[in-house]
Design a binder for this molecule. Structure first.
Ligand code: ADP
Length: 414
């Protein structure tokens, strides 16, 4: 089956076409036929298309909305210059898998999209006002452009965390607020953490129920997840993706009283404070330079920039605190796994996170850590480390494609 995997953000659309054999799911037999990224939708968009085995093709075009963007993708897919193996016409696309950010309490796993599912995703807009509308635009554009005959599947970022126990998902707030407004921890990056649990099990030859790890997704957005017996039992992002670790531009955990204090001291409105916490904080806010970890590492090394160092130190310390907390509630684990742009690529951050955690059972092999090829997976713990330390590149698109195949097959069987 040829699956179009779509990830629609507020002004971006990312896609991959993944060819998957329904009889051999999870065997690593998938092929990436093509991929692409469309940025700055709403104005003169930057477009990158890449077919398997070919060099990326970059261009610009005025794209007014997500429908225009997806139309552009579909035209390219079937164009002679794309030369995508196995795709000659749109009818060669068998299904579409959409990343949907928020499934609320309603969606605990991936589902085939119908009118009821669309209404359910709409109901979750108040929980994810920036993300779910973009995801819905993508779904509607595909229905329009590909027709109702091409099945579409929604894969939710929150779904993997639907196994959180009450003690993990409730806040210490008046209980009626949960009942009235569903204010609780939902958690995000679920598809990535689920992939890490799946991949770890595969690499170590374990049944899913035997996977006990702390998964660290460190990218622009960052989250930690405690995975016990293959299920998410706690995670650092909360009601929104703002909570938890220090991220590129998000503050992560702060004392909520700061909001009121800032309101009176700086005369900022609630909306302005929310923007500050989400867009001007984290690595960017502390360093005053950039939200990009690679650039911060360079500033620290080449220019001895004090605030770049401070931002990195704060970042690593917060990760350490979550690792410690999760090992405590899990009563130990087998491994700590790094993933995401920072986790996969930065030996410096991995080294600083693991430093001084040997009492907890984490002992890095510095040589293995330093020499692990960028973007590749592998074990980086010392032979006498009680816990394994692993690097596994995440692959959310693969999870979305696999779920899409399963949901479509299930619907055909059912
Ligand atoms: P997103 O969360 O948007 O998917 P990524 O997972 O791609 O983002 O992560 C982006 C982050 O990864 C950026 O902070 C970037 O600087 C960082 N990163 C990528 N490569 C490296 C590297 N070699 N060293 C340090 N940081 C890196």
């Amino acid at each position: 089956m040829n699956i179009l995997v779509l990830n629609c953000g507020s002004s971006t659309v990312k896609f991959q076409i993944i060819q998957s054999d329904p009889e051999r799911l999870e065997n690593g037999s998938e092929r990436r036929l093509a991929s692409g990224l469309l940025e700055r939708i709403g104005s003169q968009a930057l477009i990158t298309f890449k077919a398997e085995g070919q060099t990326p093709h970059k261009s610009t075009a005025p794209l007014k909305d997500h429908r225009d963007a997806i139309d552009q993708i579909l035209r390219w897919i079937v164009s002679p210059e794309a030369k995508i193996d196995s795709i000659r016409a749109l009818s060669d696309l068998d299904a579409v898998g959409h990343r949907v950010v928020h499934g609320g309490e309603k969606f605990q796993k991936s589902v085939l999209i119908d009118k009821k599912v669309v209404a359910g995703i709409e109901d979750c807009i108040e929980l994810a006002p920036l993300h779910n509308p973009a995801n819905l635009k993508g779904i509607r554009a595909c229905q329009d452009l590909l027709g109702e005959g091409v099945p579409q599947v929604a894969v939710f970022d929150t779904a993997f965390h639907s196994t959180l126990p009450e003690t993990a998902y409730l806040y210490g707030l008046p209980y009626h607020l949960y009942l009235r407004h569903r204010i609780r921890r939902y958690g995000f990056h679920g598809t990535s953490h689920r992939y890490i649990a799946f991949k770890y099990g595969q690499v170590m030859g374990l049944e899913p129920k035997d996977v006990n790890i702390v998964s660290l997704h460190l990218g622009n957005g960052c989250s930690a997840c405690a995975i016990k017996n293959g299920r998410s039992i706690d995670t650092s992002m909360g009601f929104t993706p703002l909570e938890g670790l220090i991220m590129g531009t998000r503050s992560g955990d702060v004392d909520p009283s700061i909001v009121d204090f800032l309101h009176s001291k700086e005369g900022l409105s609630i909306v302005e404070i929310d923007t500050m916490l989400n867009k001007q904080s984290g690595l960017l806010g502390v360093s005053g330079l950039t939200s990009d970890m690679r650039e911060l590492e360079q500033e620290e090394t080449h220019n001895q920039d004090r605030r770049a160092r401070l931002a990195i130190d704060l970042f690593c310390r917060r990760v350490q605190k979550y690792v410690g907390a999760y090992l405590a509630i899990m009563n130990g684990a087998d491994s700590v796994v790094f993933t995401g742009g920072i986790g996969q690529n930065s030996d410096v951050i991995r080294q600083r996170v693991c430093a001084g955690m040997d009492w907890l059972g984490l002992k890095l092999d510095e040589h293995k850590n330093r020499t692990l090829p960028r973007g590749e997976g592998g074990e980086i713990s010392a032979d006498d480390s009680k816990l394994k330390i692993m690097v596994l590149p995440t692959d959310e698109e693969l999870m979305i494609a696999q779920d899409t195949v399963r949901c479509v097959a299930g619907a055909r069987c059912g």
